[in-house]
Design a protein around this ligand. Structure first.
Ligand code: ADP
Ligand code: GN1
Ligand code: MG
Length: 365
Protein backbone atom coordinates (compact mmCIF):
# COMPACT_ATOMS: atom_id res chain seq x y z
CA UNK A 1 0.00 0.00 0.00
CA UNK A 2 1.23 3.51 -0.73
CA UNK A 3 1.36 6.17 1.99
CA UNK A 4 -1.55 7.91 0.27
CA UNK A 5 -3.68 4.77 0.31
CA UNK A 6 -2.89 4.21 3.98
CA UNK A 7 -3.67 7.82 4.78
CA UNK A 8 -7.00 7.60 3.01
CA UNK A 9 -7.95 4.65 5.22
CA UNK A 10 -6.55 6.10 8.42
CA UNK A 11 -8.18 9.50 7.98
CA UNK A 12 -11.60 7.85 8.10
CA UNK A 13 -10.93 7.23 11.79
CA UNK A 14 -11.40 10.22 14.08
CA UNK A 15 -7.95 11.10 15.44
CA UNK A 16 -5.79 14.01 16.55
CA UNK A 17 -3.14 15.55 14.32
CA UNK A 18 -2.25 15.33 10.64
CA UNK A 19 -1.07 12.07 9.08
CA UNK A 20 2.68 12.10 8.46
CA UNK A 21 3.84 8.54 7.91
CA UNK A 22 2.99 4.86 8.36
CA UNK A 23 5.63 2.15 8.83
CA UNK A 24 5.31 -1.65 9.25
CA UNK A 25 5.40 -2.55 12.93
CA UNK A 26 5.87 -5.66 15.08
CA UNK A 27 6.57 -9.29 14.28
CA UNK A 28 3.09 -10.84 14.09
CA UNK A 29 2.45 -13.75 11.71
CA UNK A 30 -1.15 -13.01 10.76
CA UNK A 31 -2.33 -9.40 10.50
CA UNK A 32 -0.53 -6.46 8.89
CA UNK A 33 0.37 -3.95 11.57
CA UNK A 34 1.56 -0.39 10.98
CA UNK A 35 2.57 2.42 13.26
CA UNK A 36 1.10 5.73 12.12
CA UNK A 37 2.71 9.01 13.09
CA UNK A 38 0.68 12.22 13.09
CA UNK A 39 1.79 15.76 13.73
CA UNK A 40 -0.06 18.11 15.99
CA UNK A 41 1.60 21.50 16.37
CA UNK A 42 5.00 19.84 16.31
CA UNK A 43 4.07 17.06 18.73
CA UNK A 44 4.28 13.55 17.30
CA UNK A 45 1.29 11.35 18.01
CA UNK A 46 1.31 7.63 17.30
CA UNK A 47 -1.41 5.18 16.41
CA UNK A 48 -1.55 1.56 15.36
CA UNK A 49 -3.34 0.72 12.12
CA UNK A 50 -4.04 -2.92 11.34
CA UNK A 51 -5.35 -4.74 8.33
CA UNK A 52 -7.19 -7.80 9.60
CA UNK A 53 -6.24 -11.03 7.86
CA UNK A 54 -9.73 -11.94 6.67
CA UNK A 55 -8.61 -15.31 5.32
CA UNK A 56 -7.81 -16.33 8.89
CA UNK A 57 -10.56 -14.31 10.59
CA UNK A 58 -13.42 -14.89 8.20
CA UNK A 59 -16.01 -12.93 10.19
CA UNK A 60 -14.30 -9.62 11.00
CA UNK A 61 -17.55 -7.99 12.05
CA UNK A 62 -18.11 -10.54 14.81
CA UNK A 63 -14.46 -10.32 15.79
CA UNK A 64 -14.73 -6.54 16.15
CA UNK A 65 -17.94 -6.89 18.14
CA UNK A 66 -16.04 -9.15 20.59
CA UNK A 67 -13.18 -6.70 20.74
CA UNK A 68 -15.44 -3.74 21.52
CA UNK A 69 -17.19 -5.62 24.29
CA UNK A 70 -13.95 -6.89 25.81
CA UNK A 71 -12.13 -3.54 25.74
CA UNK A 72 -15.17 -1.62 27.04
CA UNK A 73 -15.50 -4.06 29.93
CA UNK A 74 -11.84 -3.82 30.89
CA UNK A 75 -11.76 -0.04 30.46
CA UNK A 76 -14.71 0.33 32.82
CA UNK A 77 -12.87 -1.68 35.48
CA UNK A 78 -9.68 0.29 35.02
CA UNK A 79 -11.59 3.53 35.55
CA UNK A 80 -13.62 2.21 38.49
CA UNK A 81 -10.48 0.99 40.22
CA UNK A 82 -8.50 4.16 39.46
CA UNK A 83 -5.83 2.12 37.66
CA UNK A 84 -5.29 4.47 34.69
CA UNK A 85 -1.61 4.99 35.40
CA UNK A 86 -0.75 1.30 35.71
CA UNK A 87 -3.11 -0.53 33.41
CA UNK A 88 -4.41 0.03 29.92
CA UNK A 89 -6.45 -1.72 27.33
CA UNK A 90 -6.72 -1.36 23.57
CA UNK A 91 -8.49 1.92 22.76
CA UNK A 92 -10.15 1.59 19.37
CA UNK A 93 -10.55 4.66 17.17
CA UNK A 94 -14.00 5.17 15.65
CA UNK A 95 -15.12 6.60 12.35
CA UNK A 96 -17.45 9.62 12.26
CA UNK A 97 -20.31 7.13 12.04
CA UNK A 98 -19.12 5.38 15.18
CA UNK A 99 -17.86 2.22 13.44
CA UNK A 100 -14.76 0.51 14.82
CA UNK A 101 -13.49 -0.48 11.37
CA UNK A 102 -13.05 0.82 7.84
CA UNK A 103 -13.27 -1.22 4.63
CA UNK A 104 -11.52 -0.57 1.35
CA UNK A 105 -12.59 -1.34 -2.20
CA UNK A 106 -10.74 -4.69 -2.18
CA UNK A 107 -12.69 -6.17 0.70
CA UNK A 108 -10.02 -5.49 3.34
CA UNK A 109 -10.88 -4.57 6.91
CA UNK A 110 -8.89 -2.05 8.93
CA UNK A 111 -8.97 -0.91 12.54
CA UNK A 112 -6.90 1.58 14.50
CA UNK A 113 -5.80 1.98 18.12
CA UNK A 114 -4.27 4.65 20.25
CA UNK A 115 -0.56 3.78 20.52
CA UNK A 116 0.38 2.95 24.09
CA UNK A 117 3.59 4.85 24.78
CA UNK A 118 6.52 4.17 27.09
CA UNK A 119 6.01 0.43 26.97
CA UNK A 120 7.22 -2.36 24.71
CA UNK A 121 6.76 -6.00 23.85
CA UNK A 122 9.54 -8.58 23.96
CA UNK A 123 9.90 -11.46 21.52
CA UNK A 124 12.35 -13.04 23.95
CA UNK A 125 12.08 -12.30 27.65
CA UNK A 126 15.20 -11.04 29.31
CA UNK A 127 14.47 -11.57 33.00
CA UNK A 128 12.39 -13.79 35.25
CA UNK A 129 10.67 -10.70 36.60
CA UNK A 130 9.39 -9.89 33.09
CA UNK A 131 7.97 -13.42 32.94
CA UNK A 132 6.31 -12.97 36.32
CA UNK A 133 4.81 -9.59 35.37
CA UNK A 134 3.61 -10.73 31.95
CA UNK A 135 1.96 -13.84 33.37
CA UNK A 136 0.33 -11.76 36.07
CA UNK A 137 -1.10 -9.45 33.40
CA UNK A 138 -2.52 -12.36 31.41
CA UNK A 139 -4.03 -13.87 34.57
CA UNK A 140 -5.59 -10.50 35.39
CA UNK A 141 -6.99 -10.34 31.87
CA UNK A 142 -8.82 -13.65 32.40
CA UNK A 143 -9.94 -12.49 35.80
CA UNK A 144 -11.26 -9.17 34.43
CA UNK A 145 -13.34 -11.00 31.85
CA UNK A 146 -14.76 -13.59 34.24
CA UNK A 147 -17.83 -11.40 34.77
CA UNK A 148 -18.36 -10.23 31.19
CA UNK A 149 -22.15 -10.03 30.82
CA UNK A 150 -23.90 -12.39 28.37
CA UNK A 151 -24.12 -13.21 25.49
CA UNK A 152 -21.23 -15.62 24.99
CA UNK A 153 -18.41 -14.16 22.88
CA UNK A 154 -18.24 -15.28 19.26
CA UNK A 155 -15.72 -17.99 18.45
CA UNK A 156 -13.53 -16.06 16.01
CA UNK A 157 -11.77 -19.25 14.92
CA UNK A 158 -13.64 -22.45 15.68
CA UNK A 159 -11.56 -25.28 17.19
CA UNK A 160 -8.59 -22.93 17.46
CA UNK A 161 -6.95 -24.95 20.25
CA UNK A 162 -8.39 -28.32 19.34
CA UNK A 163 -5.03 -30.11 19.24
CA UNK A 164 -6.40 -33.49 18.05
CA UNK A 165 -8.11 -31.73 15.14
CA UNK A 166 -4.86 -29.89 14.38
CA UNK A 167 -3.10 -33.25 14.33
CA UNK A 168 -5.76 -34.83 12.12
CA UNK A 169 -5.24 -31.98 9.65
CA UNK A 170 -1.48 -32.61 9.70
CA UNK A 171 -2.07 -36.28 8.91
CA UNK A 172 -4.33 -35.25 6.03
CA UNK A 173 -1.83 -32.88 4.44
CA UNK A 174 0.99 -35.36 5.02
CA UNK A 175 -1.00 -38.01 3.16
CA UNK A 176 -1.56 -35.60 0.30
CA UNK A 177 2.03 -34.29 0.40
CA UNK A 178 1.30 -32.06 -2.55
CA UNK A 179 4.72 -30.40 -2.56
CA UNK A 180 6.74 -33.54 -1.93
CA UNK A 181 8.08 -32.12 1.34
CA UNK A 182 7.13 -35.05 3.56
CA UNK A 183 10.41 -36.87 3.02
CA UNK A 184 12.27 -33.98 4.69
CA UNK A 185 10.19 -34.08 7.83
CA UNK A 186 9.95 -37.74 8.78
CA UNK A 187 11.73 -37.13 12.07
CA UNK A 188 9.29 -34.38 13.01
CA UNK A 189 6.30 -36.47 11.95
CA UNK A 190 7.50 -39.39 14.09
CA UNK A 191 8.03 -37.11 17.08
CA UNK A 192 4.53 -35.72 16.82
CA UNK A 193 2.81 -39.05 16.13
CA UNK A 194 4.49 -40.59 19.19
CA UNK A 195 2.53 -38.05 21.26
CA UNK A 196 -0.82 -38.45 19.52
CA UNK A 197 -2.59 -39.89 22.58
CA UNK A 198 -1.68 -36.91 24.71
CA UNK A 199 -3.14 -34.32 22.34
CA UNK A 200 -6.70 -34.94 23.53
CA UNK A 201 -5.98 -34.99 27.27
CA UNK A 202 -7.39 -31.54 28.12
CA UNK A 203 -10.37 -31.79 25.77
CA UNK A 204 -11.25 -35.20 27.24
CA UNK A 205 -11.09 -33.81 30.76
CA UNK A 206 -13.17 -30.84 29.65
CA UNK A 207 -15.77 -33.17 28.11
CA UNK A 208 -15.96 -34.95 31.48
CA UNK A 209 -16.90 -31.61 33.02
CA UNK A 210 -13.64 -31.23 34.91
CA UNK A 211 -12.96 -27.67 33.68
CA UNK A 212 -15.31 -24.70 33.38
CA UNK A 213 -15.41 -22.73 30.16
CA UNK A 214 -13.66 -19.37 30.61
CA UNK A 215 -13.02 -16.35 28.49
CA UNK A 216 -9.42 -16.70 27.44
CA UNK A 217 -7.05 -14.74 25.22
CA UNK A 218 -5.83 -17.76 23.27
CA UNK A 219 -2.75 -16.06 21.81
CA UNK A 220 -0.74 -15.22 24.90
CA UNK A 221 2.54 -15.00 23.09
CA UNK A 222 4.68 -12.96 25.41
CA UNK A 223 4.88 -10.26 22.73
CA UNK A 224 1.18 -9.70 23.19
CA UNK A 225 1.66 -7.96 26.51
CA UNK A 226 3.12 -4.47 26.72
CA UNK A 227 5.64 -4.10 29.54
CA UNK A 228 5.89 -0.61 31.05
CA UNK A 229 9.38 0.83 30.39
CA UNK A 230 9.49 2.60 33.72
CA UNK A 231 8.00 0.12 36.16
CA UNK A 232 8.68 -3.17 34.32
CA UNK A 233 5.11 -4.21 35.05
CA UNK A 234 2.59 -5.61 32.55
CA UNK A 235 0.75 -2.54 31.29
CA UNK A 236 -1.64 -3.84 28.64
CA UNK A 237 -2.72 -7.12 27.11
CA UNK A 238 -3.05 -6.62 23.34
CA UNK A 239 -3.80 -8.65 20.17
CA UNK A 240 -7.35 -9.54 21.17
CA UNK A 241 -8.53 -11.27 17.97
CA UNK A 242 -8.79 -14.69 19.54
CA UNK A 243 -10.26 -13.64 22.87
CA UNK A 244 -13.18 -16.04 23.14
CA UNK A 245 -14.45 -18.99 25.19
CA UNK A 246 -11.66 -21.42 26.04
CA UNK A 247 -9.68 -23.25 28.69
CA UNK A 248 -7.26 -21.41 30.97
CA UNK A 249 -4.61 -23.90 29.88
CA UNK A 250 -4.36 -22.48 26.39
CA UNK A 251 -3.20 -19.18 27.80
CA UNK A 252 -0.77 -20.58 30.33
CA UNK A 253 0.58 -23.04 27.76
CA UNK A 254 1.36 -20.31 25.26
CA UNK A 255 3.16 -18.33 27.95
CA UNK A 256 5.42 -21.33 28.59
CA UNK A 257 5.92 -21.77 24.83
CA UNK A 258 7.01 -18.19 24.27
CA UNK A 259 8.41 -17.14 27.62
CA UNK A 260 10.76 -19.90 28.70
CA UNK A 261 13.15 -20.37 25.79
CA UNK A 262 16.11 -18.02 25.35
CA UNK A 263 15.97 -18.61 21.59
CA UNK A 264 13.70 -17.12 18.92
CA UNK A 265 10.74 -19.09 17.61
CA UNK A 266 12.65 -19.53 14.33
CA UNK A 267 16.13 -20.15 15.81
CA UNK A 268 18.22 -22.47 13.60
CA UNK A 269 20.61 -23.63 16.31
CA UNK A 270 18.40 -26.02 18.25
CA UNK A 271 20.99 -26.36 21.01
CA UNK A 272 19.90 -22.90 22.07
CA UNK A 273 16.28 -23.95 22.51
CA UNK A 274 15.53 -25.05 26.05
CA UNK A 275 12.90 -24.61 28.71
CA UNK A 276 14.52 -22.42 31.35
CA UNK A 277 13.13 -23.61 34.65
CA UNK A 278 13.43 -20.25 36.48
CA UNK A 279 11.32 -18.66 33.73
CA UNK A 280 8.71 -21.39 34.10
CA UNK A 281 8.67 -20.83 37.82
CA UNK A 282 8.19 -17.07 37.34
CA UNK A 283 5.36 -17.62 34.85
CA UNK A 284 3.64 -20.07 37.15
CA UNK A 285 3.93 -17.81 40.18
CA UNK A 286 2.77 -14.75 38.24
CA UNK A 287 -0.17 -16.50 36.64
CA UNK A 288 -1.34 -18.25 39.81
CA UNK A 289 -0.98 -15.01 41.75
CA UNK A 290 -3.56 -13.23 39.62
CA UNK A 291 -5.75 -16.22 38.74
CA UNK A 292 -5.96 -17.84 42.18
CA UNK A 293 -9.34 -16.27 42.95
CA UNK A 294 -11.06 -18.30 40.25
CA UNK A 295 -8.72 -21.17 39.36
CA UNK A 296 -10.03 -24.62 40.43
CA UNK A 297 -7.64 -27.32 41.73
CA UNK A 298 -8.37 -29.40 38.61
CA UNK A 299 -7.45 -26.52 36.33
CA UNK A 300 -4.33 -25.76 38.31
CA UNK A 301 -3.12 -29.36 38.25
CA UNK A 302 -2.90 -29.34 34.45
CA UNK A 303 -0.85 -26.16 34.05
CA UNK A 304 2.49 -27.98 33.53
CA UNK A 305 0.87 -30.26 30.96
CA UNK A 306 -0.52 -27.19 29.18
CA UNK A 307 3.06 -25.92 28.96
CA UNK A 308 3.92 -28.99 26.94
CA UNK A 309 0.73 -29.21 24.87
CA UNK A 310 0.81 -25.74 23.35
CA UNK A 311 4.37 -25.96 21.96
CA UNK A 312 3.39 -29.37 20.56
CA UNK A 313 0.25 -27.85 19.02
CA UNK A 314 2.25 -25.03 17.46
CA UNK A 315 4.83 -27.51 16.17
CA UNK A 316 1.96 -29.39 14.52
CA UNK A 317 0.56 -26.18 13.02
CA UNK A 318 3.91 -24.98 11.63
CA UNK A 319 4.59 -28.43 10.17
CA UNK A 320 1.13 -28.53 8.58
CA UNK A 321 1.71 -25.13 7.01
CA UNK A 322 5.12 -26.21 5.73
CA UNK A 323 3.64 -29.28 4.04
CA UNK A 324 0.75 -27.24 2.65
CA UNK A 325 3.03 -24.65 1.07
CA UNK A 326 3.12 -21.86 3.70
CA UNK A 327 -0.40 -20.61 3.23
CA UNK A 328 -1.24 -19.58 6.81
CA UNK A 329 1.71 -18.06 8.70
CA UNK A 330 3.70 -15.26 7.07
CA UNK A 331 7.18 -16.51 6.19
CA UNK A 332 10.34 -14.50 5.58
CA UNK A 333 12.61 -17.23 4.17
CA UNK A 334 12.42 -20.67 2.57
CA UNK A 335 11.77 -23.38 5.15
CA UNK A 336 10.73 -20.82 7.75
CA UNK A 337 7.76 -22.82 8.99
CA UNK A 338 9.88 -25.96 9.26
CA UNK A 339 12.47 -24.04 11.29
CA UNK A 340 9.68 -22.84 13.56
CA UNK A 341 8.30 -26.35 13.90
CA UNK A 342 11.71 -27.66 14.95
CA UNK A 343 12.12 -25.15 17.78
CA UNK A 344 8.68 -26.06 19.08
CA UNK A 345 9.42 -29.78 19.14
CA UNK A 346 12.80 -29.18 20.74
CA UNK A 347 11.04 -27.21 23.44
CA UNK A 348 8.59 -30.08 23.99
CA UNK A 349 11.53 -32.45 24.46
CA UNK A 350 13.13 -30.07 26.94
CA UNK A 351 9.86 -29.77 28.86
CA UNK A 352 9.48 -33.55 28.98
CA UNK A 353 12.93 -33.84 30.57
CA UNK A 354 11.93 -31.39 33.31
CA UNK A 355 8.32 -32.40 33.67
CA UNK A 356 8.62 -34.04 37.10
CA UNK A 357 10.26 -30.94 38.52
CA UNK A 358 7.53 -28.77 36.98
CA UNK A 359 4.84 -30.86 38.66
CA UNK A 360 6.69 -30.79 41.95
CA UNK A 361 6.94 -27.01 41.85
CA UNK A 362 3.23 -26.71 41.16
CA UNK A 363 2.39 -28.85 44.20
CA UNK A 364 4.53 -26.61 46.38
CA UNK A 365 2.56 -23.48 45.42
P1 ADP B 1 -0.22 -9.26 15.36
O1 ADP B 1 -1.54 -9.94 15.24
O2 ADP B 1 0.39 -8.96 14.06
O3 ADP B 1 0.68 -9.99 16.31
P2 ADP B 1 -0.50 -7.16 17.41
O4 ADP B 1 -1.83 -6.61 17.72
O5 ADP B 1 0.11 -8.07 18.40
O6 ADP B 1 -0.56 -7.81 15.95
O7 ADP B 1 0.48 -5.94 17.13
C1 ADP B 1 1.83 -6.13 16.71
C2 ADP B 1 2.77 -5.34 17.60
O8 ADP B 1 2.42 -3.95 17.57
C3 ADP B 1 2.71 -5.72 19.06
O9 ADP B 1 3.57 -6.78 19.38
C4 ADP B 1 3.11 -4.43 19.76
O10 ADP B 1 4.52 -4.31 19.83
C5 ADP B 1 2.58 -3.35 18.85
N1 ADP B 1 1.27 -2.83 19.29
C6 ADP B 1 0.04 -3.29 18.99
N2 ADP B 1 -0.92 -2.54 19.55
C7 ADP B 1 -0.28 -1.56 20.22
C8 ADP B 1 -0.72 -0.42 20.97
N3 ADP B 1 -2.01 -0.14 21.17
N4 ADP B 1 0.22 0.38 21.51
C9 ADP B 1 1.53 0.14 21.31
N5 ADP B 1 2.01 -0.89 20.60
C10 ADP B 1 1.12 -1.73 20.04
C1 GN1 C 1 0.11 -16.34 15.38
O1 GN1 C 1 -0.67 -13.26 15.17
P1 GN1 C 1 0.40 -13.75 16.07
O2 GN1 C 1 1.73 -13.71 15.43
O3 GN1 C 1 0.33 -13.11 17.42
C2 GN1 C 1 -1.06 -17.29 15.60
C3 GN1 C 1 -0.92 -17.99 16.95
C4 GN1 C 1 0.39 -18.77 16.97
C5 GN1 C 1 1.53 -17.80 16.71
C6 GN1 C 1 2.84 -18.50 16.61
C7 GN1 C 1 -4.58 -16.22 14.81
O4 GN1 C 1 0.05 -15.32 16.35
O5 GN1 C 1 -1.98 -18.88 17.15
O6 GN1 C 1 0.57 -19.40 18.21
O7 GN1 C 1 1.31 -17.05 15.47
N1 GN1 C 1 -2.32 -16.56 15.55
C8 GN1 C 1 -3.35 -17.05 14.84
O8 GN1 C 1 3.88 -17.61 16.72
O9 GN1 C 1 -3.33 -18.12 14.24
MG1 MG D 1 0.73 -10.08 18.34
Amino acid sequence: MTQNEIREIFDQFVHYGTFLLAVPYGTGHINDTMQVTCDQGGARLHYILQRINHHVFTQPEKLMENMCRVTDHIQRKVEQNGQMAVKRTIELLRTRDGAAWVRDGQGNWFRAYVFIENARTYDILETADQAYQAAKAFGAFQSDLADLPAPRLHETIVNFHNTPKRLARLEEVAKEDKLGRLKEVQKEMDFVMARKEETSRLLDMSAQGLFPERITHNDTKLNNVLIDDLTGKGLAVIDLDTTMPGLVHYDFGDMVRTGTSPAAEDELDLDKVTMRFPMFEALLRGYVESAKAFLTPEEKAELPFAGKLIPLENGIRFLTDYLEGDVYFKIHRAGHNLDRCRTQLKLVASIEEQFDAMQKLLKSL
